[in-house]
Every structure is written in structure tokens, then in C-alpha cells.
Design a protein around this ligand. Structure first.
Ligand code: COA
Length: 410
């Protein structure tokens, strides 16, 4: 049993090896302890062994907010602290690289030219700086031969002065400038959605119920998505192996901000019936979906949820709850042909899962004749017809001979 579980995890992870190979991810550590850094270093070493390049930023000071650095002494203390933190991370990484027998280099380099953050609301932030230029060519050149690049959170101005920088600004600017696939922030958070796009994340960053630090992290990392980074992951630094679980398992573990456009899912109304029928018709004609008349649709419309982009219907799903059996049917999952292969069906499926979860159900199920493999790839397992809720079983159409699939929800 244990062997089977291990095999399944490895097989699931296998699909990501190829996807991520050759990619560059920026990993930002938000005030992590030595034990946490040690665990993260092992994750990073494993990712590097899979031919993923990591840019690591490990600031010694809090991220996501500017702070005043008045005197030369204060600056010097911070520079020493920054270098000590970075050196400790480097030592732990070297140990992990040695353990995995990775011969590729870990290199440390400054990455930015800086300028003063300046005076805001009458407060002079002194030696706190912000990015003026990212040394893109230099960083790309280093990454050609190194697996892991550690970047300190300070930079030099052309005038010769040194400025301390915000780790988050540094991470966002580097990820954007190098067009990295991912920006991964190891912090401490709770109850963030599993997935949101930049528009939803902006709304969340104004939610007073969230800790101000998390709001600031979300708000200040979103520009990375706007500048072409595909995903921002907010991860819990306290969970061992969080980086690996997030990247190499299908369901992940953290919270992800994506570059997907905002597609609204809302309950269907009677006025949507013509558009819904037009979306369903070709699939009814080829037998993928059961035929329904306009009258049947009218009766059923309150069970449908529709996905719109710019007021055009691009997807649909129906939700039928069976409270007695603590389950719900997902039906009529459709994505408009022009929008397929963009994980829209996944969003609709997650919407249904979320509804079932809100209703206190343990599972969702569906009947399908032609789409079994898509559902199997998305966590559904084949079940027996007799596993259906009794009211559904009573109307099961044996002439369609649909297969039954269930998915347990947490
Ligand atoms: C199945 C469907 C909802 C998927 O929508 P989507 O937003 O494109 O889904 P995703 O982006 O998550 O997945 C796309 C992948 O699913 C695959 N896929 C599509 N239909 C499939 C099927 N019937 N069986 C297996 N895989 C299928 C695509 O080939 C694509 O694979 P790739 O990523 O390897 O290229 C969409 O293809 C559709 O509307 N199909 C017709 C309606 C239907 O069959 N609904 C189910 C009724 S029970």
C-alpha cells in the first residue's frame, strides 16, 4: 500500500519534470528560521536536480514595506546582517547540493543598481533604496552555468552609495525582468484561496480581514503577473516540503495568483437560455450531452452556472445537490471551442467543488459517455452505477450507458 502511494506520487510528479525543466523560478524567503531555511534548501536542491534554475532572495529584514535607515552605522549593521543571513542560506544550500550530489554552482551576485527611496510624507528614508536597473544580461549569463543564484537585498547607486532594498521589490523586479515562470514567496498565511487571477488578487489585497502584511505581499507582487510572470505562489514557510508539494503535485498546497484573464462565473438566468442552448446544441447532436428541450432547460435553469468573458458565454456547468447522500452531481460541463485548453473547465469544476464543500458534502459525481479521461485526469475515480444517490439511480438512462465517476472533496 505504502509502495503504491509512493509510486502514485512519483508518477503524478513525473508530468511536471518535463514542464519545468529549463525554467527559472524566483524564491523569496520572508523571515524564515534556520530550521525552515534548511528544509527549503533541500527542496531547492531537488528542484535544481530537475534542471530548474533558482534565484534565491533571503532578506534579513521584513519584506513588503519600506523603512527608515538614518545613519551610516545603521546601514552598516543592516549590511552585515544581510550578508550573514545570505551566507547561512548559502551554507545550507551547499550541504543540500552535496547530499543530492549536484555539481552545478551556487553563485552569489548583486543584481541591481539602486536609487534612494526618497522622502515620503515628509519622512526621509535615508539609505533605503529602490531599483533603478536590473542587471539582466549579467544575471542571464550567470544562470547559463549556475543552478542557483543568491541575490543580496542591497545594491549600489552610480554615485557609489549603498542602499538596502525591499526583498519583495527585488524579487518582483528580477522575476519580471528575466521573465521567470514563477515567483514563489515563502511566508506565513492562512485561508487564502487556492487560485486567483490578478484581478481577484487585487480585490483580496483590500480585504480588511486579512493581515496587513499579507495584503501588502499580494499587492506588491501582482506587478510581476502584469509584467509577464506566469504564476505567483504564496506558500507557508512552516510546512516542510511546501515548495515541492506545490510544484510537483496536481492539487498543490499553497495559494496561487495566475495570469489568467478574469472570467466571471454566475448563476444562469432565463435570459441566458438561447446562448446556453447554442453552446450545448453541437454536443447534444454528437451525443456528448443528453438532449434537452428549451422547456426542460427553462425548468432546470436555476441549476446552471455560466462563465462569461466580456459578456459572451464561454462555459457552463450544472450543479444538482443530493443532500441526503452528502454529494452533488456535476453535469453539462462545457467550454466554448474557442476557449478550450485554457483550464476553463478546471475553473468550472472547482466552482462546483467549492459549492459542494460549502454545502457540507463529501464528494461530487458525474455521468459521462465521452469525457471519462478528462475527468480521470482531474481527480475523479470510476464508480459503480449502484453508487449513485438513490434518486439519481432511479432515473439512470441505461440506453446511454454512461460511466459514473466520483471525486472526494476535502
Ligand atoms: C472537456 C472540456 C470541458 C475540457 O475543457 P478545457 O477548458 O479545454 O479543459 P482543460 O484546459 O482543463 O483541458 C484540456 C485538455 O483536455 C483534453 N480533453 C478534451 N476533451 C477530452 C476528452 N473527451 N477526453 C480526454 N481528454 C480531453 C484536451 O485534449 C486537452 O489536453 P492537453 O492539455 O493534453 O492538450 C471541453 O473539451 C469540452 O467542453 N468538451 C465538450 C463537452 C464535454 O465533453 N463535456 C463533458 C460532459 S460530461
Amino acid at each position: 500500500m505504502l509502495n503504491q502511494t509512493i509510486l502514485k506520487v512519483l508518477h503524478d510528479a513525473g508530468q511536471y519534470f518535463h514542464t519545468y525543466s529549463g525554467s527559472t523560478f524566483v524564491v523569496l524567503l520572508d523571515q524564515v528560521s534556520k530550521a525552515q531555511t534548511s528544509s527549503i534548501a533541500k527542496d531547492i536542491a531537488l528542484l535544481c536536480a530537475l534542471n530548474i534554475k533558482i534565484i534565491l532572495i533571503a532578506p534579513s529584514h521584513p519584506i513588503g514595506q519600506p523603512f527608515v535607515i538614518r545613519s551610516d552605522e545603521e546601514l552598516e549593521q543592516l549590511l552585515v546582517k544581510t550578508q550573514v543571513t545570505q551566507r547561512k542560506a548559502e551554507v545550507l544550500l551547499n550541504q543540500a547540493f552535496y547530499q543530492y550530489q549536484i555539481n552545478s554552482a551556487i553563485v552569489s551576485s548583486s543584481a541591481v543598481t539602486t536609487k534612494p527611496y526618497g522622502i515620503h510624507n515628509g519622512i526621509d528614508y535615508g539609505y533605503f533604496g529602490k531599483a533603478r536597473n536590473i542587471k539582466k544580461e549579467l544575471l542571464n549569463h550567470i544562470l547559463e552555468s549556475a543552478s542557483c543564484l543568491i541575490i543580496p537585498t542591497f545594491g549600489f547607486a552610480p554615485t557609489g552609495e549603498t542602499f538596502i532594498m525591499d526583498g519583495l521589490e527585488m524579487a518582483e523586479k528580477i522575476a519580471s525582468s528575466l521573465q521567470c515562470q514563477k515567483l514563489m514567496i515563502l511566508t506565513e498565511h492562512d485561508k487564502l484561496p487556492r487560485e486567483m487571477n490578478a484581478t481577484q488578487a487585487k480585490v483580496l489585497s483590500q480585504d480588511d480581514n486579512l493581515p496587513i502584511h499579507i495584503r501588502s505581499l499580494i499587492k506588491n507582487s501582482i506587478p510581476a503577473i502584469e509584467h509577464g510572470v506566469e504564476r505567483i505562489h504564496l506558500l507557508n514557510k512552516a510546512t516542510e516540503g511546501e515548495l515541492i508539494i506545490e510544484l510537483l503535485t496536481r492539487d498543490g498546497i499553497g495559494s496561487m495568483i495566475t495570469n489568467e484573464p478574469y472570467d466571471e462565473i454566475k448563476p444562469a438566468e432565463l435570459t441566458d437560455i438561447q446562448a446556453l442552448k447554442a453552446l450545448m446544441q453541437p454536443l447534444e447532436d454528437d451525443g456528448t450531452l443528453k438532449k434537452r428541450s428549451i422547456q426542460e432547460l427553462e425548468k432546470d435553469i436555476h441549476n446552471f452556472y455560466l462563465m462569461f468573458r466580456d459578456n459572451s458565454l464561454i462555459g457552463a456547468v450544472a450543479y444538482y445537490p443530493y443532500p441526503e447522500e452528502k454529494t452533488a452531481e456535476l453535469a453539462s460541463l462545457i467550454v466554448h471551442p474557442d476557449y478550450r485548453k485554457g483550464k476553463k473547465a478546471n475553473q468550472l469544476m472547482q466552482f462546483v467543488e467549492h459549492k459542494a464543500h460549502e454545502n457540507g458534502f463529501d464528494s461530487i459525481f458525474l455521468l459521462t459517455t465521452q469525457t471519462a479521461h478528462w475527468f480521470m485526469g482531474n481527480g475523479f475515480k470510476e464508480a459503480k452505477i449502484s453508487d449513485l444517490p438513490k434518486d439519481k439511480l432511479a432515473v439512470y438512462d441505461y440506453t446511454r450507458n454512461s460511466k459514473v465517476f466520483f471525486k472526494h472533496i476535502v
